[in-house]
Design a protein around this ligand. Structure first.
Ligand code: ZN
Length: 247
């Protein structure tokens, strides 16, 4: 079973389409770790696509904010403006779908999915100390998380926690990670729609646990097209510009 793992799509349909085109024929089921909407110009298109494509999908903080089940008090003004605009673009049906997305952790196809941290869906996992809880507490050996928009992750065996720096080079589309028996993993596929790890290419992962492999993918897309739709929609300029830097 090959699982396509998508996260933090953030209403970027061009990036999602580019990723799906490259991944075509390489996966059996698709799952999503949340933040389907927010920031980008295509919330309705992306929500429709993810609703039809994924077998399992959990919510992210932006999905909650747009659906009105989380206050935007803690959001910065730029993210809040995007939330308000996103609401104006979604049909009642899609708003309802977003509002009813389940909360992680969720077990699916032999992996566990969370948006942020294992015990707190809104917490960012950047450091080994933050990763330890999820590595120890998750009910699966391989857990996927999103939220930080940084591709990579952590592994754990016999009190030894390792930071995994896995990233395809500029000329490559994916870098494989070998999954070792008994080791525990907390892995981030990266963000489709707004990468923040200095590589602007759309990121995702494909897990094939029967063959002990997780591939970390990066796919270029037409960033300029997305930026012009964002400007036309009046979305905040910092959100427009960060796409080309991957920051
Ligand atoms: Zn996000």
């Amino acid at each position: 079973m090959r699982i396509l793992i998508l996260s933090d799509i953030h209403a970027n349909f061009t990036a999602l389409e580019a990723a799906l085109a490259k991944a075509a024929g390489r996966w059996d089921v698709a799952v999503c770790l949340g933040d389907i909407v927010g920031y980008g110009p295509d919330p309705a298109e992306v929500s429709e696509k993810i609703r039809g494509l994924t077998q399992a999908c959990i919510r992210g903080n932006h999905d909650k904010a747009v659906a009105g089940i989380m206050s935007t008090e803690d959001f910065n003004p730029v993210a809040k403006a995007a939330v308000d605009w996103t609401r104006s673009q979604l049909s009642p049906e899609l708003m309802k779908w977003l509002a009813e997305l389940p909360q992680g952790p969720m077990a699916s196809n032999g992996i566990v999915m969370v948006h942020g941290a294992f015990q707190d869906e809104d917490e960012y996992v950047f450091t080994p100390a933050q990763a330890l809880e999820g590595l120890l507490d998750s009910t699966a050996g391989v857990t996927f998380f999103g939220h930080t928009h940084h591709q990579g992750g952590f592994s754990y065996l016999d009190n030894n926690l390792e930071v995994l720096q896995i990233r395809p080079r500029a000329a490559e589309f994916f870098a494989p990670l070998r999954i070792e028996p008994n080791k525990r993993y907390l892995l981030n596929p990266g963000s489709i729609g707004q990468p923040r790890d200095a590589d602007p290419r759309a990121s995702f992962a494909i897990a094939d646990l029967d063959n002990q492999t997780v591939e970390f993918w990066r796919v270029p897309y037409e960033i300029g097209k997305v930026q012009s739709r964002m400007r036309k929609a009046g979305l905040p300029e910092p959100l427009v510009q960060r796409l080309e830097f991957g920051r």
